[in-house]
Design a protein around this ligand. Structure first.
Ligand code: MSP
Length: 645
């Protein structure tokens, strides 16, 4: 079986946030899962670059729309690898091939009489980029944007969507998993129970010219949705190309509930008019709120995935998002909830099982996986549970119930932790007559961990890689692992050497993680200072802001580990005065190698207490894609305390 999976193409009027990250991580996880089932997958994401919103944002930034779109599109493209998301194609609606194909489709649909010129007056919401019906408004406002739509009256081109209404209703009724979860299918059917209006698909250039020109009337551009939805075809090389023939009949789209109507109504009817089969499935998820409130720029509580990954690690973020949200329903993000998941599910349950098991193999079996003896009845509980878990995990992943798939995995993790307690390997180790029982227990733990690591790979690729490496699997072997051939019990070869490494997940301290860090709504004054400007969207700061930083060369004169911390080193530096600075670099540097090094330091950061030590500044370091840190340095020695500008 093959799969073509897509995310929405994101508007380039804002930087990637938690909501975009969620959809794209879901698509990546699902792609990895289907590949783990030995299937052939094409995963596409991209950016939606035409329309009112983008034209407005570019105007505010004072740059041409294409340049603006190039900048933000790059931010999206670069955000994904940092979340270990690996799309196969990244489409932009300004791509030449896309523009040409949209025009070909418009010509075809126009020629066959399904696009006509009409006049229109209605209420237009700029935020939604569409006309709204009275029924959709709440107190006269668009419920999503809390603004009153503008009355607009003009000549425009219309797509005969109404012609396909009966066909669409029948198609949805006949294909029960066309729109899932079911609540969204019902929402669409309920909407379709009223007569469907034709879709206005043009905007006069006098009002908006940032779009694709209608090939049959140069005074108009096409409506952004008519342009955007076609990305799912052009990304496959449509109208020609092998990829289109191979993947279109296995197309599955992932979206959130905000864009249900364009995907469940406009898109299938457009496809029908083009003469193509509908996509296979539409997966609709709910919204991430922040501390139970809507995430919005004006509230100032927008959560950025890059900041989360920096503070919690990519795998914790991926795990949290998939475990915490029940696909289809809304969920709430808070710093406390991600810290709790990390400490309990990851550090306590999985991390402890992993480190305890490997430590025991090291201690009681000389670091090699022992030969198990024949299973005694009570020894088969773990293996049976692990095998049964794989089946349930697959079913849940297949139906987008990621939280339930993970619960299944965690039930085996708990069972394995209990198994350690009840089988007491440390007692067995003291009695040589029970050596074979000890070997069986150790083998079972290693084998359970192998299967756990395997099923976690779509969700937490890095953790899964670390687990497989510790269990002695060479990198080229790891790449070949799949559920069809390796999702069975008993494949670990006795005699394999295990590699005891670092713990998988550190425990996080709620106090030092500063819970307000990612989600705190800004005060009014702060908001005014940072809001709206498109320059902010591009992450630009003024020179005056930059001058506020006191950057200096610091020479490290002493370095030592901080008790009970795997991450932190206490550095004594000259800058030129002597200071203590705490740096989170202990995993990458030995204290001895740092003495005498010159690094760049932020000297005017407010002091902060970390693991009991007060830090007076911060040394700068670069983080690579694996999350490893490399300290900043200078190409030649300079006096300590020299200013960096
Ligand atoms: N450009 C259109 C989509 C065209 S697809 C042919 C668009 N872009 S968007 O940038 O607004 O992205 C909307 C999508 O971003 C949602 O459908 C969802 O995938 C994701 N999310 C945006 N905010 C979200 C939350 N708060 N929570 C979860 N996902 C959200 O609409």
């Amino acid at each position: 079986m093959s799969l073509y999976i897509t995310t929405p193409i994101y508007y380039v009027n804002a930087q990637p946030h938690l909501g975009h990250a969620y959809t794209t991580i879901v698509a990546d996880t699902y792609s990895r899962f289907r590949r783990l089932c030995k299937e052939d997958v094409l995963f596409q994401t991209g950016t939606d670059e035409h329309g009112d919103k983008i034209a407005e944002a570019a105007l505010a930034a004072g740059i041409p729309p294409k340049e603006y779109a190039d900048n933000i599109s790059r931010l999206f493209r670069e955000a994904w690898p940092r979340l270990h998301v690996k799309p196969d194609t990244f489409i932009r609606t300004t791509d030449e091939h896309h523009v040409r194909t949209v025009q070909q489709i418009l010509t075809k649909v126009h020629d066959q009489g399904d696009i006509y010129l009409g006049s229109y007056s209605g209420l237009y919401c700029r935020g939604c980029e569409r006309f709204m019906t009275d029924k959709e408004l709440v107190d006269g406002n668009c419920p999503d944007h809390q603004t009153a739509p503008l009355p607009i009256s003009e000549s425009n081109y219309f797509f005969r969507m109404s012609k396909y209404q009966d066909w669409l209703i029948e198609y949805i009724n006949k294909n029960s998993d066309f729109i899932t979860p079911e609540r969204y299918k019902n929402e669409v059917l309920s909407f379709l129970s009223e007569p469907l209006e034709d879709l206005c698909i043009s905007r006069p250039k006098s009002r908006l010219d940032w779009g694709i020109s209608l090939p049959f009337d140069d005074d108009f551009v096409t409506y952004v949705w008519f342009d955007a939805l076609i990305n799912y075809l052009t990304g496959l090389g449509y109208p020609d190309g092998e990829r289109f023939n191979h993947y279109w009949n296995v197309a599955e789209h992932i979206i959130a509930k905000d864009i249900l109507k364009p995907h469940a109504i406009y898109w299938p009817t457009m496809l029908k008019a083009i003469g193509l089969a509908p996509f296979k499935r539409l997966h609709v998820h709910g919204y991430w709120n922040i501390n139970e409130a809507k995430m919005s720029k004006s509230i100032g509580n927008v959560v950025r995935p890059a900041a989360l990954c920096r503070d919690f690690g990519v795998d914790t973020v991926r795990y949290f998002l998939l475990r915490e949200m029940s696909f289809g329903l809304d969920a709430s993000f808070s710093d406390e909830s991600i810290i709790a998941r990390q400490n309990s599910d990851l550090a306590n349950d999985l991390g402890n099982l992993f480190s305890r098991s490997l430590t025991m193999v090291n201690k009681f079996a000389g670091g090699t996986v022992p030969e198990p003896s024949g299973l005694e009845p009570d020894e088969s509980e773990l293996s049976e549970a692990a095998v049964a878990m794989i089946g349930r995990y697959k079913d849940n992943m297949q139906s987008f119930a990621f939280n339930r798939a993970l619960q299944e995995v965690w039930s085996v993790i708990s069972l394995a932790n209990k198994y350690i307690v009840t089988s007491e390997p440390w007692v067995l180790a003291k009695d040589s007559s029970r050596a074979s029982q000890l070997n069986t227990v150790l083998y079972n733990l290693v084998e359970a961990l192998r299967l756990i690591g395997l099923v976690l790979s779509p969700v937490m690729p890095e953790t899964s890689r670390k687990m497989a490496a510790a269990l002695g699997l060479a990198e080229d072997e790891q790449a070949k692992q799949n559920l069809v051939d390796h999702g069975r019990w008993g494949l670990t070869q006795p005699g394999v050497k295990i590699q005891l490494g670092d713990s998988l997940f550190p425990r996080l301290d709620k106090k030092t993680q500063q819970p307000q860090q990612h989600t705190g709504a800004k005060k009014k004054k702060e908001r005014a200072a940072t809001e709206t400007s498109a320059a902010n969207d591009l992450g630009l700061i003024s020179f005056d802001d930059f001058k506020k930083l006191d950057l200096r060369v610091a020479e490290i004169t002493a370095a030592e580990k901080i008790n009970n911390s795997e991450r932190l080193l206490k550095l004594t530096v000259l800058a030129p005065e002597e200071r203590t600075v705490v740096a989170g670099i202990a995993e990458y540097y030995q204290p001895e190698e740092l003495v005498g090094c010159q690094v760049i330091m932020v000297a005017n950061l407010k002091p902060a207490k970390l693991m009991g030590v007060i830090s007076h500044g911060m040394v700068l370091a670069a983080r690579d894609e694996q999350g490893r840190l490399t300290l900043s340095s200078l190409s030649a020695g300079v006096p300590p305390g020299s200013r960096v500008s």
